[in-house]
Write a protein that binds this ligand. Sequence first.
Ligand SMILES: [Zn+2]
Length: 442
Amino acid sequence: MVLSSVPTALAQQPNVAQEHWYHSWATLTYDIGEWEDEHSDIVSVVSAGQTEYGRDQWVVQISDWSIENKSDGAPKEKVYIDGGHHGNEHLGTELAFLVAEFYIEGWADGDAEVVEVLQNTELHIMIMLNADGNDVDSRWNMNQVDLNRNYDHHWTTEETASGDGPFSEAETTNNAAYMQEWMVDADLYVTMHTGTWILAYPWGFTGEMPSDWEMFEHIRDTIHETIDEDLPVRNANAGIYPTHGTSRDYGYGVMGYPTFTFETDDEQFLLGTVQSLSDRLSVELDVMRYLISNVWYWRARLNITSMTVIPSEEVTFSVENLGLASTENATLHYLDSAGEVLWHSPDNFSVNASNSSLVTFSTGDLKLVDGGSWEIHYQKRVIDSATWVAEPVWDEIIQEVDGGGKGFLPAPGIFISLLAAFGAAFASERRETMFFHKKNTE
Ligand SMILES: [Zn+2]
């Protein structure tokens, strides 16, 4: 990032006062510049573009940048957070700042939870989306548009100040472009506001429950059991009020992320109080730690534990879903050594969250070839926009049986016990569960 445009005298503020101040764009720019200077091993700052008045929309990218992938070779999980759509909702903006600060300072302190997260996860946090509105304490941007009604998802002129059209504003266009460039594979998006204390999941535009309602309700129940039984966790339409063109609905309906609007309550007047922001927002921070530590679970995670192939006859496999989202429309493919699809399952299959299934398909006249391989294709979540993934079926668990009729087969029970041993070996690769429990610090 380039800091030359920020007058240092203006940007500096005493540390002792910091926790009782709200950021201007200049002080935010100064603070995240310091993070980048002092913690370059984990902090990198990029601009997602500029506001209507030309202020950079900084994104703080936080991860252990010394390692590209996780220790098992898989790409890191990705989390996207933004704050400050509404420039007068300072506490929501400060929550985004506080989450970044928690992981940066925790890394410096060697905190085990933080180290584990940053070795396995990329956090991308646009703390202040509407810097122009923020600095004049206005809900709108400089064109008097409500940015959280301006996204290209069920956009309508029926909403107050929704703009001249979807993505008519620089701030929302830049946010969506950042999602497209960096966050296509994200498995969590939280957008932070101030208003009624609530963690709201989709939808805002309709009262219908989202396709992945089971996952959202699981998250709700876990938050109530382990963090705070009083925090309302609901669909936005019922929990807040009907809204169109929001970033939350866009994130879910277009990008396919699990999305939440996190609204802190409406007490804006911290200045002059003795309560620090981090105490004030401690429940919110605990919820964010839970959502981030468990991001691995916010999608379907199919794992084939055994497969029996009878060429020119049928294929049967046992598949478990280690994730907390269901998937529909999954298919099985057989590829030759060049990656050409030789066979595609004649039907789709579904696996519910935390469930397993035994599936059989006819293979038609499929002949197995040297160097051939099997793959499953499925969507990370039920929502239509969810990202598709292609994952290999490990050779070691595949049992090929000569064709020529089922009379040649041993009893299925023998296969199942044989294959269970292979399956167990691979199942042990699954990530250790790391459900976060509230620390007893009270
Ligand atoms: Zn808001």
